[in-house]
Design a protein around this ligand. Structure first.
Ligand code: TYD
Ligand code: MG
Length: 460
């Protein structure tokens, strides 16, 4: 049993238990229960003497006063993912792996907003003031009127923030904060929950936009961000593959805007550079396209993005063939392989299959099915697709190629980047000047086109 006033809290999901077990009963994580003292000041729950309940004051849905204007930070890629700037009084969590560039991004957000006249503060619990100054100097941001502080005590931070009228506050990171109201160590679920809760309340009360940084690791080892997700208005995840300079900011939850928006950045010597035309970046250099390489015309949020799918199908050296995929869902790959086998008679049983989305982008759209299938077939047969051809379409288990949304946007972007053919679903075809649609109703039609190099008839 736990000591008085202590409970066991799962560091992965935040569930509480009265006694320790090796596996969390709620989320089945192993070895994640840690004893934490959740001491409350004595009598904190008891109502103050003489206090009367105030009851609920109901309001109508329509408001007479206009919503307060969004705070535009001036970093366009960031503003767009937030849904057109940050709402005053809202709290955002920016989550990502350590080292992905969260501190860099938020320092730039802070500096950009400060240069536009907003009162901005950057509070770091991870780095010393001199370290941040050095980074700001390297990034050419020293002149921005940002209020900088290095502090980890919640009491001091809240006290300091109350004294100054601020528009935007960055807290880097929630895992480093500690509140003296709780005995648990910094980074524990109790501390992270308490500190984030306090800061979110402060944001609402004073109309400050609060940007909280949270570290997560792939296996969810670090406590915190999961429990914070429920408290904040928006969760933005900052992602990047190791070895690539590209970073993608993606909305995971947003009470003020759409969640499928992405912001693309490139990490360089002077911080993050906004990438306004991601297609050109993810496609890389033009040139001869080899077998197994296919350009997918995708859409991320409100923007079209062309990206290259690369497949390699090779004889397997071992009994169990390998399936490896980067930037796409492995379950989806298994499904496409099964459909190719069952509906098109192409066997991958004794062959290794590798699929890679170039540039480090993670593609989640079902519209990428046909691009992945085309890359696989092209690699397996050694027949390359034409240089000027983009591919998109969803594949069903029956082997049909289904129409996808925003066809016109995909085609327009393809034309803009010099493509003139599109291997796409027959139904739902939209017109776009300058691009010829090679319609396919079933996956076999697509494989027949690739194998037979039939790139001239419009429909099959
Ligand atoms: P950082 O913002 O500290 O990551 P996080 O806060 O998410 O842990 O940035 C980490 C990496 O970014 C670091 O390895 C160095 C690199 N970096 C650059 O390449 N260029 C730069 O201008 C800056 C500031 C950082
Ligand atoms: Mg950092």
């Amino acid at each position: 049993m736990a000591r008085d006033g202590a409970v066991f809290i799962c560091q992965a999901c935040g569930a509480t238990a009265a006694k320790w077990t090796g596996q969390c009963p709620a989320c089945s994580a192993w070895n994640s229960l840690v004893e934490e003292v959740t001491s409350r000041p004595p009598g904190a729950l008891a109502p103050a003497r003489g206090a009367k309940p105030r009851g609920l004051a109901f309001e109508g849905l329509a408001s007479e006063t206009a919503a307060p204007a969004r705070l535009i930070t001036g970093l366009d890629e960031f503003d767009r993912v937030c849904g057109g700037g940050v709402a005053p009084g809202s709290a955002l969590l920016i989550a990502g792996d350590p080292g992905v560039g969260k501190s860099t991004l938020l320092l730039q957000v802070c500096a950009a907003a400060a240069q536009r006249g907003a009162a901005c503060a950057y509070v770091s619990g991870e780095e010393a003031v001199d370290q941040i100054r050095g980074r700001a100097a390297r990034m050419g941001l020293s002149a921005a009127p940002v209020r900088l502080a290095a502090e980890t005590s919640l009491r001091d931070i809240v006290d300091g923030l109350k004294r100054e009228p601020l528009d935007l506050v960055v807290i880097d990171s929630v895992q480093t904060l500690w509140s003296d109201m709780h005995e648990a160590g910094p980074g524990s679920v109790t501390q992270v929950r308490a500190c984030a809760g306090e800061l979110v309340r402060l944001a609402k009360r004073r109309g400050v936009a609060m940007l909280l940084v949270g570290h997560v690791t792939k296996d969810g080892q670090v406590a915190g961000p999961r429990v914070v997700e429920h408290m904040v208005d928006a969760v933005l995840s900052f992602e990047g593959e190791r070895g690539y300079p590209f970073r993608v900011l993606r909305g995971v939850k947003n009470r003020f805007g759409a969640t499928d928006e992405i912001g693309v950045f490139e990490m360089g010597d002077a911080g993050l550079r906004e990438v306004r035309n991601p297609s050109a970046l993810f496609l890389g250099e033009g040139g001869e396209r080899a077998a197994g390489s296919v350009v997918f015309a995708g859409v991320e949020g409100s923007r079209p993005v062309l990206v290259e799918f690369q497949a390699l199908v090779a004889p397997s050296a071992y009994g169990t063939p390998r399936r490896a995929v980067v930037g796409w869902d492995s379950g989806r790959l298994a499904m496409i392989l099964a459909v190719l086998e069952a509906r098109c008679g192409l066997g991958f049983g004794a062959r290794d299959v590798y699929l890679n989305v170039a540039g480090g982008l993670k593609v989640t759209e079902p519209a990428a099915d046909l691009a992945a299938a085309a890359a696989l077939v092209s690699s397996a047969t050694g027949a390359a697709l034409p240089q000027d051809c983009v591919v998109f379409g969803e594949i069903s288990l029956s082997g049909d190629v289904r129409p996808v949304s925003r066809t016109e946007m995909r085609l327009k972007e393809a034309v803009k980047l010099g493509f003139s053919r599109a291997l796409a679903p027959v139904q739902g075809a939209a017109e776009a000047a300058g691009v010829r649609q090679l319609g396919v109703a079933r996956l076999v039609d697509a494989t027949a086109r690739i194998e037979g190099q039939a790139w001239d008839e419009t429909a099959r």
